[in-house]
Design a protein around this ligand. Structure first.
Ligand SMILES: [Zn+2]
Length: 459
């Protein structure tokens, strides 16, 4: 971490501070104005003068926005390696997140109320709020539904067998019917294993050139269309996580127009990175203008090709699909950005591509990747911040407010300052990202959760 950076916890005393002359973006009210942000004893205040002892921050180059919320975080608790509750929530605070939703594909799975309560019991003493997504089926085996009512009472904000889709359509139908009265979403990792098979990357000319088994977009679309039909029939709420194809997004767009209860998210890496990264290309999707969409990669970079940290599930999209995802995020078809922060220890990713564990860490780079997208002119800053904070928060029943009197839950960042994710700067317990060492824009200066400073990097 930068020498001056410090972390706090949700159990720390509430902060008093002033960020003067800062650009304040409030996606709830649709406002974007410059002013002083005053926090007194953890609450946003209308008072002109903060107490004398308050921390004073020059906000002229900074932006303040509601605290970010991640719908899809692998904290690997219980039983996992590569992350821990402490390091994962510090990574969240470093990235500007005040809430992370822990995914249930752990060992054992989060499929019992007692286990869920065990996870959430730690939450108050960490650097970010932890919410829990419970397993949709017992042991994530896709045979028997978990006890939705008991898990919801224990704090589950959604249900998912993430890592795979529920294989049985009749089980999805039952899950959606049970969840409808609870008002909670079934969160689907949309992937048909009979089509995805033993694939290693997105099917297409790059996969052919590299000689890697390809994952066809139909693997995603068939599950999305099946679940939309079941949501429309049952009135249940289906949320598709980490969508990666233009065709699936088009299906969601049609379903929304017909009034079906469907929402979805996309990861920063599916917006910015493309299947060409597996061949060693390091241009963001929007930087590769003029590259023939369907042609093979013009050159194979021997230093960067087959980098195991580019292996992810669903696989990195074609450039055309990445651009379609960006368009769908901009027009609201895609509701939220979720990181799918998937930490792995080095022995699982610094290996042959075929043997690499799929997954990319994302909590600390999500805002930076989003700001690069904003810089490209394809997304507004307001929409980016809405998709990272207000919308995902609303999905799990959290309200983000920038109103006086409310507890300060926000991020303050410098949108033009640069940094590099390295061993020294990352707080996560893992390093598996192809963005390691790359210069990124957007530096988080301050994260406040429930009125407490959870991260500060102040000059
Ligand atoms: Zn998944």
């Amino acid at each position: 971490m930068p020498a001056a950076a410090t972390f706090g916890r949700l159990s720390d005393p509430r902060a008093s501070l002033i960020v003067s002359d800062v650009r304040i973006i409030d996606p709830v009210r649709g406002t974007d104005r410059r002013g002083d942000l005053v926090v007194v004893d953890g609450r946003l205040s209308r008072e002109e003068r903060p107490p004398d002892a308050a921390l004073r921050i020059d906000g002229r180059s900074l932006v303040a926005a509601p605290g970010l919320c991640d719908l899809h975080t692998h904290l690997r608790e219980p039983g996992g390696r590569g992350e821990a509750l402490g390091s994962g929530t510090r990574a969240a605070a470093h990235g500007g997140f005040t809430t992370v939703c822990a995914m249930p594909n752990t060992d054992p799975a989060l499929d019992e109320a007692l286990r869920l309560r065990g996870l959430l019991a730690h939450s108050g003493d960490l650097a970010a709020r932890v919410r829990a997504i419970a397993a949709a089926s017992v042991g994530r085996r896709g045979e028997r539904l978990t006890d939705y009512r008991a898990l919801a009472a224990a704090g589950a904000v959604g249900f998912s067998d993430d890592g795979s889709a529920l294989a049985s359509a009749s089980l999805v139908r039952a899950a959606l019917a049970y969840l409808a009265p609870l008002g909670l979403p079934l969160i689907e990792h949309a992937e048909d294993p009979s089509l995805a098979g033993a694939s290693q990357m997105r099917a297409g000319p790059v996969a052919t050139r590299l000689g890697l088994a390809g994952w066809p977009p139909s693997a995603e679309l068939t599950i999305v269309e099946r679940d939309i039909a079941l949501a429309s029939e049952t009135g249940g709420w289906v949320h598709f996580t980490h969508l990666s194809t233009a065709s699936a997004v088009a299906a969601v767009r049609r379903a929304k127009q017909l009034g079906t209860r469907v929402t979805c998210d996309v990861t920063p890496h599916h917006l910015a990175l493309t299947d060409r990264w597996v061949a060693g290309d390091r241009r963001f999707a929007w930087e590769a203008e003029g590259v023939t969409a369907d042609g093979p990669p013009e050159s194979l970079d021997p230093q960067l090709a087959y980098d195991g940290s580019c292996r992810v599930n669903p696989p990195l999209p074609s450039r055309d699909d990445a651009l379609a995802l960006i368009e769908a995020l901009a027009d609201g078809t895609i509701d939220a950005i979720a990181t799918d922060h998937a930490p792995h220890p080095p022995e699982r990713t610094l290996v042959e591509f075929e043997a690499a564990a799929p997954g990319i860490i994302g909590l600390e780079t999500a805002l930076s990747v989003g700001l690069a997208l904003v810089e490209s002119g394809r997304l507004s800053l307001g929409r980016l911040l809405e998709a990272l904070s207000v919308t995902p928060a609303a999905t799990i029943g959290e309200h983000r407010s920038m109103q006086p009197g409310d507890l300060a839950d926000l991020v303050v960042f410098d949108p033009t300052a640069h940094w590099r994710p390295t061993d020294a700067t990352l707080a996560s317990g893992s390093r598996n990202t192809p963005l390691l060492g790359r210069e990124l824009r957007g530096l988080v200066r301050l994260t406040l959760a429930e009125g407490r400073i959870t991260y500060a990097d102040l000059p």
